[in-house]
Design a protein around this ligand. Sequence first.
Ligand SMILES: NC(=O)c1ccc[n+]([C@@H]2O[C@H](COP(=O)([O-])OP(=O)(O)OC[C@H]3O[C@@H](n4cnc5c(N)ncnc54)[C@H](O)[C@@H]3O)[C@@H](O)[C@H]2O)c1
Length: 258
Amino acid sequence: MSENKVALVTGAGLGIGKAIAERLAKDGFAVAINDVNPATAEASVEVLQASGATATVAPADVSNRDQVFAMVEKTVADLGRLDVMVSNAGIVQVDPILAITEEAFDRLYAINVKGVLWCAQAAAQQMIKQGDGGKIINAASSAAHSSHAVLGTYGSSKFCVRALTQVMAQEFAAHGITVNAYCPGIVDTGMWDTIDSRAAEVLNIPKGAMKQKALEGIVLGRLQTPEDVANFVSFLASADSDYITGQNMLTDGGMVMI
Ligand SMILES: NC(=O)c1ccc[n+]([C@@H]2O[C@H](COP(=O)([O-])OP(=O)(O)OC[C@H]3O[C@@H](n4cnc5c(N)ncnc54)[C@H](O)[C@@H]3O)[C@@H](O)[C@H]2O)c1
């Protein structure tokens, strides 16, 4: 890979996004780190710089369109260009359908759906200006293929990401931009801790039970690590995936088979 390729990863202060940023830096990308939490974003940048990588912080709440365009502008100002946009930031909510509030629904959709849309708009605009293509990589989920009780808002938002990925792939192909999504299963991050403890409350089950049940459905017999996801995103960010677009690919240890 040429030395001056640049990747921007949203929600990269923690969890899957942090692992993706670290992997892309190892792959030779200069990396812009976004997170709504400035402290974790700065900490991720420091880890990358300490390893000898080129990294900068690119602040934004991805639900805010203006902030997302400013995030891409800062990435280009600091690192020169943008080749790979990883729209990883997302949140979860755990509620039965009958308990979903309008406020909670709007908040999750603003981040998980609008955030992915604004990031793609801002990134594609920059990539089209550069004129030599690019890669947009969105965070969907196994829940975008097969959703679960009490995850109605979350699962439906990931179905939206899946549809947006297909539409973006068709619209951006003429500019040499591929668009794909990664669909993880049960990744042992803060998000799954939230799902498990909230499920214990709303379903009146012991803490740990939801995670254990999910684990039993994984053919490979272990929870996924953020690095498992990052390995796959590394492929999607590389030239080896150049002939793949519009796909929402499961990386879930064989939990959902389609
Ligand atoms: N953990 C899983 O099992 C799993 C499975 C499938 C898909 N995913 C998806 O992968 C992505 C990352 O998940 P994770 O497990 O690392 O989550 P996480 O909660 O551990 O980390 C998410 C990061 O995104 C940041 N973030 C949240 N809202 C933001 C906003 N508005 N703007 C910018 N940053 C924001 C958070 O501060 C946090 O650092 C999400 O889109 C999630 O839906 C996760």
